[in-house]
Design a protein around this ligand. Structure first.
Ligand SMILES: Cc1cc2nc3c(=O)[nH]c(=O)nc-3n(C[C@H](O)[C@H](O)[C@H](O)COP(=O)(O)OP(=O)(O)OC[C@H]3O[C@@H](n4cnc5c(N)ncnc54)[C@H](O)[C@@H]3O)c2cc1C
Length: 468
């Protein structure tokens, strides 16, 4: 193996081929600290040509490559396995914004650019790059593309897939495919770009992308509504869409238990209502006209919702600080959960119209199987995406409860399937959900996926053990 590392060092330079365990340690543990892999080396190339040359050496030596961006993924996709035979290839040094074309409304970037940096560069050009998620300060656009990340603005702008016009990819053979076209129409055969998006690094390494930019909204306004039930939240969604059309950019559901957990773990955060309510919806509206227009739309819609008994109460933020405070409640749910202890997480999607029924049916099923378990149910309701997490019943330790993960998953995922949903809405499959995917995808679908993998990566060196 010396030969292999010597070749890598000749390409990337000694300083960027890490092989000492202490140097590799920051790269090999997953985001939630559940798994620490073992790498043969961590490669940190500084250019696309170096990525390609390193992959050629890996192919020559049959060494598997695990691409890593910000390592914020939640499904064990970006860390090596325990064998010590895989290399981790970090894209972090490929972090240049290559070009902004304000007329084409596109931005061409290296895959290792941090999402927040991309948002800031777009804003400095008077544009909006709308992808937004709580990990935006550390996740990379390459990771966002590889996982087809969702986030809080999918309702209006779509997933990362919808925000990408072109890709540059290093293939498993170490060739560079330059598909960096900023075209909105391009019907020239199979859409290779869409194959690599969401492939979680199993088909090739994304090194660059052309992203879509949008006009900056003139104003946005946030409100928190209190409601009797998830069914009322669906009624509110329809009402808001009817009243506000595409101005509705965020629609996040949070249960009473979620906000109680946040209040317990982060008592300094705002408490918008005097007493508790069964459900809450965080709403965001953007206007391309003015703040007055946004406020007018929101107040009119909320008035109608109150009048029809769809909501119990509502708080409209009257300042940027108040808006931020309301969003903090939503963003602190995962943090509050983490402070309260480990729980069993599910990132699921359902047809929007069936979400209330899913919640109604699945809660009692879980309670029957695991009496007293607590549901931390929140998510991007407007996209049909729920984070449906299950915490242990009082008196049972988090670690003991985790031993029942397979049984808990079975109840949740069988119910998801019954309601026509998906076991992974936005986090991907990685190694964590690979066996679940095999269980719930049809043999026809799995065979087509395997055929694509075998055609593009016949040596099986690209992130093996992930997805399939
Ligand atoms: C607090 C928090 C909130 C989050 N909220 C959301 C959310 O709202 N919506 C959402 O979708 N996700 C969310 N996530 C999950 C995570 O942030 C996203 O999956 C993100 O897109 C991962 O980006 P990354 O750069 O960290 O990728 P990594 O974690 O490094 O990698 C993720 C996967 O992509 C592959 N990969 C990474 N870079 C490349 C590349 N250049 N080429 C090919 N493959 C690559 C890896 O091999 C791995 O399989 C959240 C995570 C945290 C910690």
């Amino acid at each position: 193996m010396m030969d292999f590392l010597t070749q890598c060092r000749a390409i990337a330079g000694d300083a960027y081929v890490l092989a000492a365990p202490a140097d590799m340690a920051p790269f090999v543990t997953d985001q939630r600290g559940r798994f620490t892999g073992k790498a043969l080396a961590v490669l940190r190339p500084g250019s696309v040509d170096e990525v390609a040359a390193l992959v050629r050496v890996c192919a020559e030596h049959r060494v598997a490559v695990v691409p890593q961006g910000g390592n914020t993924g939640l499904v064990l996709g970006s860390v090596p396995d325990a064998s010590g035979a895989q290399v981790l290839l970090s894209l972090a040094r490929l972090n240049r914004v290559r070009q902004v074309d304000a007329v084409n409304r596109t931005m061409t970037v290296d895959a290792g650019c941090i999402l927040q940096h991309i948002q800031e560069v777009a804003a400095a050009e008077g544009c909006l790059f709308p992808l937004s998620l709580a990990a935006e300060g550390s996740c990379t656009i390459g990771g966002n593309l590889a996982t087809n990340a969702g986030g809080t603005a999918v309702l209006r702008y779509g997933n990362t897939r919808e925000l990408c016009l072109g890709l540059e990819v290093v293939t498993p053979q170490g060739e560079i495919w330059s598909g960096l076209r900023g075209l909105r129409k391009d019907n020239t055969g199979y859409d290779l770009r869409d194959l690599f998006i969401g492939a979680e690094g199993t088909l090739g390494i994304i090194t660059g992308a052309v992203l879509k930019l949008y006009p900056q909204p003139k104003a946005s306004i946030t409100a928190l509504a209190a409601l009797p039930s998830p069914a009322h939240a669906l009624q509110l969604l329809v009402l808001m869409q009817d009243h506000c059309g595409s101005s509705l950019t965020g629609f996040e559901l949070m249960s009473r238990y979620c906000l109680a957990l946040v209040a317990e773990q982060f008592p300094q955060l705002p408490k918008p209502f005097a007493g508790p309510h069964p459900q809450y919806v965080l709403l965001e509206l953007s206007s391309s006209e003015s703040e007055q227009h946004a406020v007018g739309l929101l107040e009119h819609a909320i008035g109608a919702a109150l009048e029809r008994g769809v909501i119990n109460d509502a708080v409209v933020a009257s300042s940027v600080a108040q808006s931020a405070g309301l969003w903090q409640l939503r963003e602190h749910i995962p943090l509050a959960q983490a402070k309260a202890g480990k729980n069993i997480k599910h990132d699921i999607s359902l047809p929007v119209s069936r979400i209330a029924d899913f919640i109604e049916v699945t809660g009692p099923l879980l309670d029957a199987a695991f009496p007293g378990c607590q549901l931390v149910c929140f998510g991007h309701l407007g996209d049909g995406n729920l984070h449906y997490n299950v915490a242990p019943p009082p008196g049972i330790s988090n670690d003991d409860f985790l031993l029942q993960q397979d049984q808990v998953n079975r109840v949740v995922y069988d119910s998801v399937e019954l309601f026509g949903g998906s076991i992974s809405a936005e986090h991907g499959i990685g190694a964590l959900k690979r066996d679940e995917l095999a269980r719930y995808k049809s043999p026809v679908e799995l065979n087509m996926m395997r055929a694509i993998k075998a055609a593009l990566d016949p040596l099986g060196i690209m992130n093996p053990g992930k997805i399939l």
